[in-house]
Write a protein of this length. Structure first.
Length: 231
C-alpha cells in the first residue's frame, strides 16, 4: 500500500472513502470511490446493501471527527455528488496480481500534475472486494521475505484450482530460490481460506489502514513461521 501523507488532499479523499465504507454493514460487498473535482466531490460506488446512506450526515460526522486533519489541509467544506448504487451485484474479487513488500507501506512520489484526485485501492473496498486478497498476500510474504532474501515480489493471488487441485498462484521474484519451490512452499503452508482469514479480522477497523499507518496490523502476523522451512 502507498504511504500517504496525512497533510495531503490525497489522504483525505482516501480516508473519506473508507469512512463511508465503515457506514455499510461489514457483511456486504461494497466498493466506494471518491473523486475530488475541486468544486465537487463525487462519490461513486456500488454495494450489495439495500440500505441507502445519508452522505450529507456522513460528511458532517467526518468533518467533526477529523477536523484537525482537515484544517491542516485547508478543507472546510465538501459539495457532494452521490452516485452510489445500492442492491447491486458486486464481487467477490479473489484473483489478481499484488505487489507485496517487506514494508507494508511504500513511499511513492506524488504525481507532478493531477487535476482530479481519486481514492485508490484498497481504500473504500470491503474485504471481499479485493481487500482481503491484498491482506492475505502480504500475510504470506511477511512470513517469507527473510527466507527468500528479497524485500518484494509480485504475487498472483487466486482461489482457482488446477488439475492437481492446487491453487493456480504465480510469482515474479528476484529471489535466488527457484520459483516453483517458492510456490510449493506457499501451497504447503497456506490454505487460502479467505472466509476464515476475514473472520480473524473481525475486530479490526479497516479505516486504521489510514489513520494508524505505523501501527502493527493483525494481517501482518507470523503465526505460521515455524512451518516456513525450505530444504
Amino acid at each position: 500500500m502507498r504511504l500517504l501523507n496525512k497533510n495531503s488532499k490525497r489522504f483525505i479523499i482516501n480516508l473519506f472513502s473508507d469512512f463511508i465504507l465503515s457506514k455499510i454493514n461489514r457483511s456486504e460487498k461494497s466498493i466506494i470511490q471518491v473523486s475530488d473535482c475541486d468544486n465537487f466531490v463525487v462519490v461513486k460506488g456500488k454495494s450489495t446493501s439495500k440500505d441507502i446512506l445519508d452522505l450529507l450526515a456522513i460528511k458532517d460526522e467526518f468533518f467533526g471527527k477529523f477536523k484537525d486533519i482537515l484544517d491542516e489541509v485547508g478543507i472546510d467544506h465538501m459539495n457532494i455528488i452521490d452516485l452510489i448504487s445500492y442492491g447491486s451485484k458486486v464481487g467477490p474479487i479473489e484473483s489478481g496480481w499484488i505487489n507485496v513488500n517487506k514494508n507494508l507501506y511504500i513511499e511513492d512520489q506524488e504525481p507532478l500534475s493531477n487535476m482530479i484526485i481519486t481514492s485508490e485501492f484498497p481504500y473504500g473496498h470491503s474485504l471481499e472486494c479485493g481487500r482481503s486478497m491484498l491482506y492475505y498476500s502480504n500475510y504470506i510474504f511477511n512470513h517469507m521475505y527473510s527466507l527468500l532474501g528479497v524485500n518484494d515480489l509480485k504475487f498472483y493471488f487466486t482461489t482457482d484450482i488446477d488439475s492437481e487441485e492446487d491453487f493456480k498462484i504465480n510469482i515474479v521474484s528476484n529471489s535466488k530460490i527457484n520459483k516453483e519451490k517458492i510456490k510449493s512452499l506457499i501451497l504447503d503452508v497456506f490454505n487460502f481460506d479467505l472466509k476464515d482469514f476475514n473472520d480473524s479480522l473481525v475486530g479490526y477497523d479497516l479505516i486504521e489502514d489510514l489513520t494508524h499507518q505505523n501501527k502493527e496490523k493483525p494481517y501482518m502476523r507470523q503465526d505460521k513461521l515455524e512451518h516456513v522451512i525450505m530444504l
